[in-house]
Design a protein around this ligand. Structure first.
Ligand SMILES: N[C@@H](CCC(=O)N[C@@H](CS)C(=O)NCC(=O)O)C(=O)O
Length: 270
C-alpha cells in the first residue's frame, strides 16, 4: 500500500504528486488540514518529526523529504524513467533538486507568506500569534516566519526570496537552451522539483518575472500541457484562494519591481 500525506496547497506536496502522476503510480491520499493542526498531532509527528509534508508510507515504511520521496518513487516503481542515465545529466538533475530544497523552497515560502499567507494568518491567529510561532519547531523557520508575517514583502527574507527566484528563472533559461526539459529532451525529477515554484509565482500574478526569458516561457507552456500538471494542480480548486493569491501578488508588484531593480542583493540578517 502506498500512502502520501500532504496538505492541498503545499509546494513540496505538489512535487511528490507530480512525480507520482508522471510515473503513473496510484496512491492513497492522506490529505491533512494544516490550519486545524493536523501536522502537529503525535501520530503525524511520529511519521514526520519535522511537522511538514510530504510523507510517503510504502507498505509501512516511512519516507520523508520531498526530493528523497521522488527519487524513491522513480526507483521503486516501473513507468517512465524520471532520472537521466548519463552521469553528467544526473549530476545536473541533483543540483536542481538540491537548490529546490535549500534555496527555492525557503524563497517561495517567504514570498508566499510575505504576500498572501500573512493575511490569512493575521486573520486566523490575530490575538494569539505567539502561540502560532511557538508551534513552529525549527527556530530558523520560526524566525523567518515571524519576519515575513510582520514585514510582508519588505521583510529581508521576502526580498531575498524574490531575488533567489529570479536567479532560478535565469538559470532555468540558460539550462533550457537546446533542450525541452531541464536535464534533456525528456521530463524528469528536476522539472517536477521546480514546477511548484514557477506555478506559485504564476498564482501570484508574477509571471511577468519571466517575460524576458523565452526558454522559460516555452518550458512553462510545455509543463502546463502535460496531463500531470492538470491532474495535480486542478485537484483542489479553491476560487477564494486563487483570487487571494492573485490579489496579494498584484498588490506586491511594485515592491517586487523595486526589489528586482536593486543593485545589491538583499541578505537577511536573521
Ligand atoms: N525539506 C522538506 C521541506 C518540507 C516543507 O517545508 N513542507 C512545507 C510545505 S511545502 C510544510 O509542510 N510546511 C508546514 C507549515 O506550513 O506549517 C521537504 O522537502 O520535504
Amino acid at each position: 500500500m502506498l500512502e502520501l500525506y500532504y496538505f492541498p496547497t503545499a509546494t513540496c506536496g505538489y512535487k511528490a504528486r507530480l512525480a507520482l502522476a508522471e510515473k503513473g503510480v496510484d496512491f492513497t491520499a492522506r490529505v491533512l488540514d494544516r490550519d486545524a493542526g493536523d501536522l502537529l498531532t503525535p501520530e503525524y509527528l511520529k511519521l514526520n518529526p519535522n511537522a511538514v509534508v510530504p510523507t510517503l508510507v510504502h507498505d509501512g515504511a516511512v519516507i520523508i523529504e520531498s526530493s528523497i520521496i521522488i527519487t524513491y518513487v522513480d526507483d521503486a516503481f516501473s513507468g517512465p524513467a524520471l532520472s537521466p542515465s548519463d552521469p553528467l545529466s544526473k549530476a545536473r538533475m541533483l543540483i536542481w533538486m538540491k537548490n529546490a530544497d535549500e534555496k527555492y523552497l525557503p524563497a517561495v515560502g517567504s514570498v508566499t507568506y510575505g504576500t498572501f499567507r500573512r493575511r490569512e494568518i493575521l486573520e486566523q491567529h490575530g490575538p494569539d500569534l505567539a502561540a502560532y510561532y511557538a508551534d513552529i519547531p525549527d527556530p530558523d523557520r520560526r524566525a523567518q516566519r515571524r519576519s515575513v508575517i510582520e514585514n510582508g514583502i519588505n521583510s529581508p527574507h521576502a526580498k531575498a526570496g524574490i531575488q533567489t527566484l529570479r536567479t532560478m528563472l535565469q538559470d532555468m533559461d540558460t539550462a533550457l537552451v537546446g533542450r525541452a526539459y531541464l536535464c534533456g529532451s525528456g521530463y524528469g525529477l528536476a522539472d517536477a522539483s521546480v514546477t511548484p515554484f514557477v506555478s506559485r509565482l504564476s498564482e501570484l500574478a508574477l509571471e511577468w518575472m519571466w517575460d524576458d526569458l523565452p526558454q522559460v516561457q516555452a518550458w512553462w507552456q510545455r509543463i502546463q500541457a502535460r496531463p500531470s500538471f492538470d491532474h495535480v494542480f486542478s485537484a483542489f480548486p479553491n476560487p477564494d484562494r486563487k483570487r487571494g493569491l492573485r490579489e496579494a501578488g498584484l498588490e506586491a508588484r511594485s515592491a517586487v519591481e523595486t526589489i528586482l531593480s536593486a543593485k545589491e542583493p538583499n541578505h537577511p540578517k536573521t
